[in-house]
Design a binder for this molecule. Sequence first.
Ligand code: MRU
Length: 345
Amino acid sequence: MRVNGLHYKTIWMEGPVVHMIDQNKLPFEFGVHTCKDYQSTCKAIIDMTVRGAGAIGAAAGYAMAQAFMSGADPHTAMQLIMSARPTARDLFYAVEKVYAAGQVSVKLAEEVAFSVALENEEAGKAIGIIGNELLMDGFRILTHCNAGWLAFVDYGSALAPIYAAVASGKNLHVYADETRPRGQGARLTAWELSNELVPHTIIADNAGAMLMSKGMIDMVIVGADRIAANGDVANKIGTFEKAITAKYFNIPFYVAAPTSTIDLSISSGNDIIIEERSTDEMLWQTGIDKNGEKHTIRVANPGSNAWNPAFDLTPAELVKGIITEKGIFDYSNISAITNLNTIRS
Ligand code: MRU
């Protein structure tokens, strides 16, 4: 993905050092954060310097490789990395693979960490090509959170078909939900779409039904953090509401995700751990003033309590299809997903 004319990946490793675009600084400042050891890569996952299922998967794989490369106790490292964020399947997928490789050799651990990141990048590219087939010229697409290249190593999941469609000459318009409380839509999706010159409009999280009722949305595409064996989808809080609303208005609701996000060990979405984050994310907001000066201000009643679940569960029956790197799957055909994973492993 291009930033000021230069190609960047969201995260990469050189020697034992992990580099990542600092997503907490965007969109007001562009910077690359470096992590010299697995503990600092782990901290970057926790404080969301790197975020989005695919990107934290790559980060977790690199962190596990850093642990082997530094001679740290791999089991302690694995436990620390796996406790960084609970919901995204890709984090566990990457750590399990790199940990197993590290039992063979440090070199193999490093190689597998690179291959997990490459797999994520290639999946994003394929999701873009496959998902593009669903998009008609002139489509207006609603998306939630940021499931773009910042949430992956490159390309993204929900935004990948949009980038592929625009590159193939289709005119699209994207409506990006703000995605409170952290504002991944308003801050990150909007920044990405601006860089790629994709026409877009930021809307309030509660505006989706109004737009759909006016016939202003042709399709909803979101990403996923974990997909259970029955097809239930965990994704950013607010996704479920969009799926219900899309069903009401008979608008196709698609999930785009690599097969590494599918977790067959979990029979339904009820078994997915939903991360709860600090209520400070809701009660306080950081932004810039008209002079470009950064401020953090309280935006809620002083003294009131809050609750901040970061994800919700969308039942499989609300999802028209899941766009993966291996094709588009209908959730009524769960065995297809099973076969898919059998092939992958
Ligand atoms: O809390 P975040 O910003 O890591 O949540 C990200 C999302 O919910 C994305 O929609 C999801 O990771 C899918 S894109 C890989």
